[in-house]
Design a protein around this ligand. Sequence first.
Ligand SMILES: O=C(O)CCC(=O)C(=O)O
Length: 249
Amino acid sequence: MRELVSDEQVAAYREHGFVRVQGVLDRDQVEHFRGSAEAFLKAHRAESLETQGTFSQLVNVWQRDDDLRALTLDTRLGRIAEQLAGFPLRLWHDQMLVKEPHNNVATEFHQDRPYWPHAGDRLPLSAWIALVDVPPERGCMTFLPGTQDRTGLQPQDLHHEEDLFEMDPSLRWIPRVTVPLRAGDCTFHSGYTGHMALPNRTDLARLAHVVIYIDAATTYNGAPHVVTDPLGLAVGDRLDGDTFPRAWA
Ligand SMILES: O=C(O)CCC(=O)C(=O)O
């Protein structure tokens, strides 16, 4: 298979737990998917899972919108994710995360993997795709490099500035890396890499489309989660089949 990201980018991801990949979408794709995301948001904003002003959060949009399905299941994105991970992946879920204009609320530091009902998996990762320019003042992400090995913490409250640091005080002293993105750029971050997103203090909505990939061998551990609750799974079931596709393989 043709390499999609450089060896240096793969090495950076494995060392720091995140990497920026510029220009994953070209200008026409950005315009197209931004239009689709705006239309979906307009129709479904009221269904947001998050209601405290941090962001509007719409999950599994790929199952409800053909355009956004094409973005979530994009072959190039999925193959980049596999190149970074180094093993076969499946889709866990996607989500639109929209910081409304002047939301003025940060997404506080947290890790993703402790939220998920998973077992038997190697390091999952997310692609966070900017559908508009996202400078710091519009709510770009900040990472704690090298924290992808901090497994075993309880789920953190992403509304609470201190939560992650109270669980592991050593994390407070890690130099933080803020990563502005142009529309069409993307960051990949692992499920254990500590990260936050700044508030949106601009007049334009911060539109991010996030695709979350898991180890193809991941099983269900029985804990509640909005994605798995309706599926009637038993502990130990593989997260596979059409609900967790491997569309890029
Ligand atoms: O975009 C945000 O506000 C937070 C994103 C995030 O935490 C994630 O994609 O894991």
